[in-house]
Structure formats: C-alpha cells, structure tokens
Write a protein that binds this ligand. Structure first.
Ligand code: P6P
Length: 332
C-alpha cells in the first residue's frame, strides 16, 4: 500500500521564497523580513482569540500619537511587531501608527536596506464587540546610496516593494503582494502556518456593494454626495447594497473579494481625510491595483502622493474599476 501524500500545501514562507527566485535581486533577506511579520501576526492572533478570557480587552486609559485611546491590544500588537521586526537585520527603520517618531535601527545605508511601515492593529476599538480587526504593513527599499533616511521613509506608494494585511476574523487571513499579483493565506492552527488559500486574487471589475460612513455624508464634498445618490438610485445601471463594518481591513477585504467601492472622503471633521497614507491607504492601494482595482484620493492616484509626514492622512477611495472610474469622472 503506497502511502498517499497529504494534499500539497504551500505556506507563505514557501511562497515568498518562490517569489524571491523570480527576482534578480533575490537575497533571501526579504523573505526573512516577511517571516517577522507572520510571526508577529500569529502572536497577535493568539491574544485576540482569547481576548475575552485575558485581561487584554478595553483601553489602557492613555492616548496614542493620534490622540486616540489606546487599547491594550494596540500596545501588545505594536510591541510584537517592533520586537519581531527589530530582530531582523537589514531593517533601517520601523514606522508605526503607535509611535510618534520612526524607530531607527540601522543608519548605515549599506546594511539597513529596508523600511517597514505598519498599523499594528487597525480598528482595535472593535475588538471589545468581537468585530474583525487587522494589521497592515508596507515595505520600502532604501534607495542605493541614500544618506537621508527621512527622505527614504517618505517615498511615494509607487516605490513599495511589498504590502499586505492580516484580517483577524472567523479565520485569520494574510494577504500580500510583492508586485506580481496578490495572494491570500489562511492560518492553519493544526500546523501553525499560513497556508495558501487564495492564489492570484483578482478584484471583480464591478461589484454590488458600496461602503461608507453615511453619518458623515452631509459634510462630503458635492461630488461624493451626487455619486452616492446615483449609487442608491440605481443610476449606474445596477442595484447596490450598503456594507460598512467600520474596520478598514475588513471593509477592504470584502471589497477585494466581492468588488464594489469603499470610500472615506474628506469630512467637516477631517477635511484632509481620516485614513493614514503611509500605513493604511498606500499598502491597500498597492494591493488593490495589483488585483486589478483602483485607489484614488479624489482626482488623483493614492500611490502617486508624495508624503510630507509619516502620520499624514488622505481621502481614500478604493475598489473596482467600474465604480472608482465613475467617481473619478466627477472630478475631471
Ligand atoms: P469612522 C478604525 O478606527 C479606522 O481607523 C478604520 O479601521 C476604519 O475604516 C475607520 O477608522 C472608521 O472611521 O469615522 O467611520 O468610525
């Protein structure tokens, strides 16, 4: 009796190594970096899974650099990522939503080759009501010969070499791109590894959902109000439903899988938009475009924005080409 092989599984580590082989500058450093992210994600996931049983729910009674109340798990997730990535050589700097300034690890431009930007736990206020939350990351290479680390940190999104997110939900899914397509991996607890579950993810050309916080609608610029009115009235030739979870990674993941559009326009309270460019909009825009979708900030492409600060915000509209192009025409 010939033993049958278990069905072939591909872990995220194996997948990254395969992707690395396709690249002329493959050094293996990059896959080592990503393994730091997947390790931190497993640490965070373990805490979230048992959050109700441990004293990790609720707030710490202090605010982060954004002036937002820090949840206990925000701090834990941030420490996990700083620890796991800080141990990786070749990292020049880590930029986190939770840290006012970059954490500089290696100023030498010959050894400190990568800059990693992340939102350790986006949507964390939803944890206490058991709603999906996520980790978002973006990786840049430090330009050869770069002497000004700050300039290397403030590169436009087009310069990202990798981006991804982990959505902690009914299952824990890691989605990433290194610029040659988008791949999804589901955490298999029986082996403790992220296993390929969504090869070559494509965003549908159009969808039937729109996702926006309607409570802010009265203060949206006119183009957005007119666009949403057309969506609601079937003026774009199809019926739409509204879905808004209020956790960016969850709203984005649904849009990636089902199509449609997610919008966080300028509002009276946040005229420059609420979502952050470096560790929310850029990585998700890179993934959306790699999957055949689009991401704009109004009349321009998110990835083209030249950052001026590590915590700057931007209006963020992402989704299927049909829906995003229709909005973009309003700004022409
Ligand atoms: P609002 C969560 O706080 C977050 O940063 C994103 O995850 C989410 O998309 C957005 O804010 C929700 O903001 O103003 O609709 O509650």
């Amino acid at each position: 009796m010939v033993a049958t092989m278990a069905p072939m599984i591909v872990t995220v580590q194996q997948h990254i190594l395969e992707e690395q082989k396709k690249r002329s500058d493959a050094t293996g450093t990059f896959s080592w970096l990503l393994s730091g992210i997947t390790l931190a994600a497993k640490m965070v996931e373990a805490k979230i899974r048992s959050a109700g049983l441990l004293d990790v729910l609720g707030s710490l009674g202090q605010e982060n650099v954004q002036g937002e109340t820090q949840q206990k798990l925000d701090v834990y997730a941030n420490q996990a990522l700083l620890h796991c990535l800080g141990m990786r050589d070749s990292v020049a700097a880590l930029i986190s939503e939770e840290n006012e300034e970059p954490v500089v690890l290696d100023r030498d431009e010959k050894s400190g080759k990568y800059i990693i930007v992340f939102d350790p736990l986006d949507g964390s206020s939803n944890i206490d009501v058991n709603v999906n939350v996520g980790t978002i990351f973006s990786i840049f290479r430090r330009p050869d010969g770069n002497k000004d680390l700050n300039a290397a940190i403030l590169q436009p999104g087009t310069e990202q070499v990798a981006a991804g997110y982990v959505v902690y939900g009914p299952s824990t899914v890691l989605v990433y791109t290194v610029g040659s397509g988008v791949y999804g991996f589901t955490l298999d607890h029986t082996i403790g590894a992220f296993v390929l579950s969504n090869p070559n993810m494509r965003m549908p050309d159009h969808g039937s959902y729109y996702s926006v916080n309607e409570a802010n609608a009265d203060s949206f610029p006119a183009e957005y109000q007119q666009y949403l009115a057309r969506l609601r009235s079937g003026g774009m030739g199809r019926k739409y439903s509204s879905r808004y979870i209020g956790s960016l990674v969850a709203d984005f993941h649904r849009t990636l899988l089902k199509g449609g559009i997610f919008l966080y326009p300028p509002t009276a309270k946040q005229p420059g938009g609420k979502l952050r460019l470096l560790y929310e909009a850029n990585p998700l825009a890179f993934i959306a475009e790699q999957a055949g979708g689009m991401a704009i900030h109004g009349n321009g492409r998110v990835l083209d924005i030249q950052p001026t600060g590590i915590h700057q915000r931007t209006p963020f509209i992402v989704g299927s080409c049909a829906e995003v192009e229709e909005l973009q025409r309003s700004f022409a």
